[in-house]
Design a protein around this ligand. Structure first.
Ligand SMILES: Cc1cc2nc3c(=O)[nH]c(=O)nc-3n(C[C@H](O)[C@H](O)[C@H](O)COP(=O)(O)OP(=O)(O)OC[C@H]3O[C@@H](n4cnc5c(N)ncnc54)[C@H](O)[C@@H]3O)c2cc1C
Ligand code: FES
Length: 264
């Protein structure tokens, strides 16, 4: 059988320079020159805090921005359990250990129009992607969905990085009332896109994939499954994708959704 690719990660001691507290999450800015220089949209970092016995295993978090001028990376972290709660409550100047950047990034379109669809904190990697795509002259339409208005944390940033932003909330408190998936369906029916980029909770991805296939669009999806090592060693992130067993940390987290054949 082919030898599986294992990753020997770069470790960086980063310093927390800012932590902006949001309703259910926090936006962290870390001084991390190596990660800032090397991160590509779609890649993630494994985060650990030295001397914290309650955070022995690292947590994977997508890079939401990388700034080469300030040598910083931004991360949007939603409080889920113990690890993310600790990360969201870190004080300024805390040292954070980073592995990475890891994983297969999004591939950037060279020309044409892109549709970015993000739900909840799934919008974080799409923000970084929108920045790189607009730098390459790609026309970006973004769909940003959340449960409610107060969870649209990165709306202003995404608006400044896209040509057209469609906001939707499930309770109708801002933008279109409904899900990001129905807004995506509408966009696919009305416009032609050269690629769809998708990231969000598993239920959103499950509903979106058949619609993308039906629209015969080419897409890439970032899956945020569970991970332990992030390096291709433990196999806990194994998933079945297009009939093949993949390790999400090294074969993903960005996976291709092949366009349906013309006569499908
Ligand atoms: C490639 C990748 C990129 C990610 N990027 C981000 C990001 O940018 N921002 C962000 O907030 N989160 C992101 N996540 C998810 C994040 O890593 C998990 O929420 C975190 O590891 C949970 O750790 P915890 O200790 O807080 O929760 P735990 O105590 O481990 O779990 C708490 C609860 O959350 C559930 N849970 C844990 N991990 C996940 C998961 N991956 N998906 C769904 N439910 C989960 C558990 O089943 C449990 O119910 C990403 C995950 C991956 C794999
Ligand atoms: S998380 Fe260990 S192999 Fe992927």
């Amino acid at each position: 059988s082919p030898r599986r690719r294992l990753v020997n990660p770069e470790t960086e001691r980063a310093q927390l320079v800012a932590s902006c507290q949001l309703t259910d999450s926090a936006l962290l800015t870390l001084k991390a020159p190596y990660a800032a220089r090397n991160a590509q949209p779609g890649q993630f970092l494994m985060l650990r805090i030295p001397n914290r016995p309650d955070l022995t295993t690292p947590r994977p978090i997508s890079v939401a921005d990388a700034d080469l001028t300030s040598n910083t990376v931004s991360l949007l972290i939603q409080r889920k359990g113990c690890g993310t709660t600790v990360l969201c409550s870190l004080r300024q100047a805390t040292e954070v250990l980073l592995w990475g950047p890891l994983g297969r990034p999004f591939s950037l379109l060279e020309r044409g129009r892109a549709l970015l669809v993000g739900g909840g904190v799934g919008v974080a990697p799409l923000l970084f992607l929108a920045k790189r795509l607009t730098e390459c002259g790609i026309a970006v339409t973004a769909v940003y969905g959340a449960k409610t208005k107060t969870q649209l944390h990165l709306k202003a940033r995404l608006e400044s990085l896209s040509d057209n932003l469609v906001v939707c909330t499930e309770d109708g408190t801002e933008g279109v009332c409904g899900s990001a998936v129905s807004a995506m369906r509408q966009q696919l029916a009305q416009n032609r896109f050269d690629r769809v980029y998708l990231c969000g909770p598993p239920s959103m991805v499950r509903h979106a994939l058949p619609l993308i296939t039906k629209a015969k669009a080419t897409a890439q999806v970032l899956l945020e499954g569970r991970m332990l090592c992030g390096l291709g060693v433990c196999a806990c992130c194994t998933i079945k994708w297009q009939g093949r067993l993949l390790r999400l940390c090294t074969d993903g987290p960005v996976l291709d959704v092949p366009a349906a054949a013309e006569d499908d």
